[in-house]
Write a protein that binds this ligand. Structure first.
Ligand code: SF4
Ligand code: SF4
Length: 391
């Protein structure tokens, strides 16, 4: 199992997307000493390999100088007299990823990221007109221009497509945009925030979200060999393995931690900047046990117990686990509750379950078919089992 550290160099962002709750104007930027402190804190912290994700706000605001120093420090784990090396007490790094709108990406940064094999996710919400309506005029062109440059530098880039109460009505147009361009995507639903009530009018309600997922899955089952919608790959795997493979559908607490610009440690990037969710600071090198004694840890662990009780009669509890605790807390004025997207999760898990049962009935041997050959004869599409088997 990989342990996940999200590094948030700043909460600022040069973009001004209408539904975004994650950015803060003129926020401070992480100093390289904090990266050194992260690396030192992680030495001996846990046995599992560590995957680092740079997130924001917009992480590229930290600049080339920051990344050219931060990456060797995090990769090498120990430095002495300016020389970096992997020490015995160090941790095993499981790689890097970055989430960025790419506006500030230049050739130098692209070369650096390529050298460290950084997987990048960037946000585009569909064709230019729809994207710019919700993300601001000019966003699409700025991101796509640097996307092309990044690909020329050998970087692997996938897209995050956020559906809002507005864009849900254009789901076919949006789906076709990603399909025709063969862009791999992850889906996001615009949701309310603890920090910004502006996000509410764009938020998708549970039923809308659930129906959107069902509609998109129906389309995707005809195009599995053309591009990826990663969420469905995970949902199918979760359903068959009876355990969530995305943080939203697993007991996330403890396997992901986020570090803000000042070294404060939070349960996840979504809580960064909220004083009441600070669990410690990397400069103090807190142990796992010390983090476990913090109030935010205790509060999020209560979520696990709450789900065990509140969702005990739900057929999907093993691979839903109450959804995202942040979503639940936001919806319940800071108090523990299950994710209000419960309705959406039930709808899509029910749909997957119905489809999978039909497949089992149609062919007792389907389980043993090779995924590349297992086209569904009824509608010339693929099956849930194909989705589950997808690498
Ligand atoms: S709080 Fe939500 S977004 Fe954060 S790690 Fe947990 S499930 Fe994922
Ligand atoms: S679908 Fe709803 S009731 Fe079932 S486990 Fe998830 S949050 Fe709980």
């Amino acid at each position: 199992m990989t342990f996940h550290i999200m590094i948030i160099p700043t909460l600022s962002c040069p973009s001004n997307c209408s539904y975004c709750w994650g950015s803060v104007k003129n926020a401070e930027v992480m100093d390289i000493e904090i990266v050194e402190a992260i690396s030192q804190w992680l030495n001996g912290f846990r046995d599992e390999p560590v995957h680092f994700t740079f997130h924001g706000g917009e992480p590229l605001l930290a600049g080339y100088d920051f990344f050219s120093k931060a990456l060797p420090i995090l990769k090498s784990h120990d430095c002495d007299d300016g020389e970096c090396f992997q020490s015995d007490k160090g941790y095993v790094d499981a790689g890097f990823s970055l989430q960025s709108n790419l506006w500030l990406l230049d050739e130098k940064l692209a070369d650096l990221f390529s050298q460290y094999d950084i997987a990048i996710s960037t946000s585009i919400d569909g064709p230019k007109q729809i994207n710019d309506y919700q993300r601001g005029v000019g966003y699409f062109d700025k991101t796509m221009k640097n996307y092309k440059m990044a690909v020329e530098h050998g970087l692997k880039i996938s897209f995050i497509c956020t559906f809002t109460s507005y864009s849900k009505d254009f789901y076919e147009e949006i789906y076709n945009f990603f399909l025709e361009n063969e862009y791999n995507i992850k889906l996001h639903a615009a949701l309310p925030s603890l920090r910004d009530s502006n996000a509410d009018e764009w938020a998708l309600r549970g039923e809308e979200h659930g129906q959107l997922l069902i509609n998109l899955l129906d389309k995707y089952l005809k195009d599995l060999d053309k591009f990826e919608i990663k969420d469905f790959d995970h949902l199918a795997k979760s359903y068959f393995r009876r355990r969530g493979t995305l943080c939203t559908f697993a007991d996330c607490m403890g396997d992901t931690l986020a570090v803000g610009h000042d070294g404060n440690i939070y349960p996840c990037y979504r809580f960064v900047g909220m004083d009441e969710y600070v669990m410690g600071n990397v400069k103090d090198k807190p142990s796992m046990n010390e983090l476990k004694s913090s109030e935010p840890w205790k509060k999020l662990m209560e979520f696990k117990d709450f789900v065990d009780e509140d969702c005990k009669d739900c057929s999907y509890i093993k691979f839903c686990r109450g959804g995202c605790p942040y979503n639940g807390i936001v919806a319940n004025d800071g108090e523990i509750a299950v994710d209000p997207q419960c309705t959406a999760y039930k709808m899509i898990f029910k749909d997957i379950s119905k489809k999978a049962n039909k497949e089992f009935k149609n062919s007792a041997t389907l389980m043993f078919k090779k995924s590349s050959n297992s086209k569904n004869e009824e509608d010339n599409g693929f099956t849930i089992m194909d989705l589950m088997m997808k690498r």
